[in-house]
Design a protein around this ligand. Structure first.
Ligand code: ADP
Ligand code: ASP
Ligand code: MG
Length: 441
């Protein structure tokens, strides 16, 4: 069985929902289909929660009503029959009533998660109702019954596998199983989520749990491009990526894939295919274990990075210095992305700055500390094993006119990373595009 996932844009209007239904039914194969909320909905729900949190129930109510009006307009466009229209309206109105119900009481983080879960619940019910209306044997699998986090906030893989397979077994004979991306329960059973953009993760966890033949991530672009299309013109789709290459690109900013999404599929050995809902016949990108040797695949960029340099003469020929530095980051659960060292100093980059002030304070006991904010990691990904000559110098040469704060290479066989100022990001991405991917004329 295959797992298909459709993002917010792919289910962003009733017409798009119908197109998704055509896509998932045309080959007649049984599949699990993961859906995001309609595009913009989760952002609206975040805003509604924010109004409640700020003690402004009127602001929240106005937004809930606006969202309700929007969804009500979708119903006659989605359904032809009065019966289904009524059923969908009732489902939606139950949810909007629940959203109004948060007024007049203390608002908590748990409440926010309940509110955020409603987008996927609405979209999956709408699509399931439409499928039933057109005579497809469709079954809605509630993610809240099988998708769960453990006490470390990580997916409880054994639980997910057991519950999901049980659910599928107890609901045999359907053509399409629709389920919600993004939402889950925590270890205590309360509603939670897999972080923004986490529907990709849901699809990958499901693919691994049911040992799917393939996981297809359908979005609004024809696969992973060789550079960020939001900042660089003339990017082209990459036909194939190794799991590790895809993981590096996702982690370092290629928004098409959620950073956590590659791991479950990779461990289970399930290939992932990135496809374009707007152009279904385009081949997209296949992610699997193959490695195209001697090939640079793509460039990605991750913003809002902070670099920290610790300079100390005590580091020179002394053991244990690095351990003390790492301990400070570990103590504040702050993970390090890039690291470079010299005899007298070490530079690190982090993206979570919630404990920056305390970390800097403690590092001052070890040396002189210098902080640079608003930095950006530019990551070049491909077959970058050290024995491959020329690629490192090619990438470095592209950045000849751009000030580079750190260079990290050799940590993996698939990446070389440059830390530059965020204000130089576009220039750096474009320079790399020209140098690495423009064919000589
Ligand atoms: P969805 O809502 O379907 O999950 P996303 O917006 O999360 O879709 O991801 C798709 C978007 O990712 C594309 O529209 C594109 O702008 C952006 N993107 C960023 N980097 C890349 C890249 N290297 N290749 C393809 N798309 C990328
Ligand atoms: N709807 C969620 C979000 O907007 C999850 C997703 O789309 O993947 O973040
Ligand atoms: Mg996404």
């Amino acid at each position: 069985m295959k797992v298909y996932k459709f993002g917010g844009t792919s289910v962003g209007t009733p017409d798009r929902m119908k197109e998704v239904c055509r896509l998932i039914t045309e080959d007649g194969e049984q599949k699990v289909v993961v859906l995001s909320a309609m595009s913009g909905t989760t952002n609206s729900l975040v805003e509604i929660a924010d109004y409640f949190r700020k003690g402004n129930p009127e602001g929240a109510s106005n937004m809930v009503n606006a969202l309700r009006r929007q969804y009500h307009q979708h119903v006659p466009q989605l359904h032809d029959t009065e019966e289904m229209r009524e059923r969908t309206i009732k489902m939606l109105d139950d949810i909007f009533l629940q959203l109004h119900d948060f007024r007049g009481r203390e608002f908590s983080d748990a409440d926010e998660k309940v509110i955020l879960s409603k987008g996927e619940i609405m979209s999956t019910n709408m699509v399931t109702n439409y499928l039933k209306e057109i005579g497809v044997k469709a079954c809605l699998l509630p993610a809240l019954e099988y998708m769960r986090l453990d006490y470390n906030g990580e997916p409880d893989v054994a639980f997910i596998r057991e519950r999901l397979n049980d659910l599928l077994e107890s609901n045999p004979g359907y053509d399409i199983y629709i389920t919600q991306g993004f939402i889950c329960r925590n270890a205590d059973g309360a509603i939670d989520n897999l972080q923004r953009g986490g529907s990709d993760y849901t699809a990958s966890l499901i693919g691994a749990a049911i040992r799917a033949d393939e996981i297809q991530i359908w979005t609004d672009i024809d696969g992973m491009h060789n550079n960020d299309p939001r900042f660089v013109e003339g990017t082209t789709p990459v036909r194939q990526l190794n799991f590790e290459e895809a993981a590096e690109l996702a982690y370092f900013g290629a928004k098409i894939l959620h950073p956590t999404c590659v791991q479950p599929a990779r461990y289970a050995g399930v290939p992932v295919r990135l496809k374009n809902t707007m152009e279904p016949s385009a081949p997209g990108t296949l992610i699997n274990n193959d490695l195209q040797e001697g090939c640079i695949k793509a460039v990605a960029a991750k913003d809002n990075i902070t670099s920290i340099k610790i300079v100390s003469s005590r580091m020179f020929l002394a053991s244990g210095f690095m351990c003390k530095v790492f301990n400070v980051f570990d103590k504040y659960k702050t993970s390090i992305d890039m690291i470079t060292t010299s005899e007298v100093g070490v530079s690190l980059s982090i993206d979570n700055t919630s404990h920056l002030a305390t970390i800097v304070d403690e590092l001052k006991e070890l040396g002189t500390v210098l902080v640079d904010e608003k930095m950006c990691i530019i990551c070049v990904v491909g077959d970058l094993r050290w024995s491959n000559k020329g690629f490192k110098s090619l990438a470095t040469a592209a950045l000849r006119d751009i000030p580079v704060r750190m260079i990290s290479y050799g940590g993996s066989d698939h990446n070389i990373s440059f830390l530059v100022s965020m204000s130089d990001k576009k220039r750096a991405l474009r320079a790399l595009q020209t140098q690495l991917f423009s064919k000589p004329s």
